[in-house]
Design a protein around this ligand. Structure first.
Ligand code: HEC
Length: 108
């Protein structure tokens, strides 16, 4: 019983630390150079048919990029962009875009 408890704590610590190591926003910023023509240097889109990525939750961004990569979400350009990305590239890109802060100005 006692051993199990320690084993659980240890697993928890490993998961926590590996998560903070795996998502590297700095590396994501470098990778995002390839995306900035369309999505903007700060994740604010350069064209009306291109979505903003700044401040989107990393979980959402990761899911979309994996869906483009697998073909589950279809878009010609994004399929080409997502194809060469590894899982850690995707995590880093998502960490970068989600780390950007946006401010909403109320419309009233
Ligand atoms: C040539 C322009 C272009 C480039 C370069 C590009 N994108 Fe996109 N991206 C788009 C367009 C257009 C869409 C909307 C596609 C759709 O309708 O599904 C999009 C959609 C996305 C979405 C989904 C956003 C949402 O709100 O659902 C993500 C995430 C994304 N791009 C990430 C990236 C990343 C990361 C890169 C660089 C590796 C990149 N894109 C490069 C044009 C581009």
């Amino acid at each position: 019983m006692k051993i199990n408890k320690y084993a659980w704590c240890f697993t928890f610590l490993v998961v926590m630390t590996s998560q903070s190591w795996s998502a590297d926003a700095k590396n994501g910023q470098v990778l995002a150079g390839a995306c900035s023509v369309c999505h903007g240097v700060q994740g604010l889109s350069m064209a009306p048919n291109t979505p903003n990525l700044a401040a989107q939750p990393s979980m959402y961004l990761e899911e979309q990029l994996k869906n483009y990569r697998s073909g589950q979400r279809k878009h010609e350009v994004m399929a080409v962009m997502a194809k060469p990305l590894s899982n850690s590239d995707i995590e880093n890109l998502a960490a970068w875009y989600s780390s950007l802060k946006i401010q909403i100005v109320p419309n009233d």
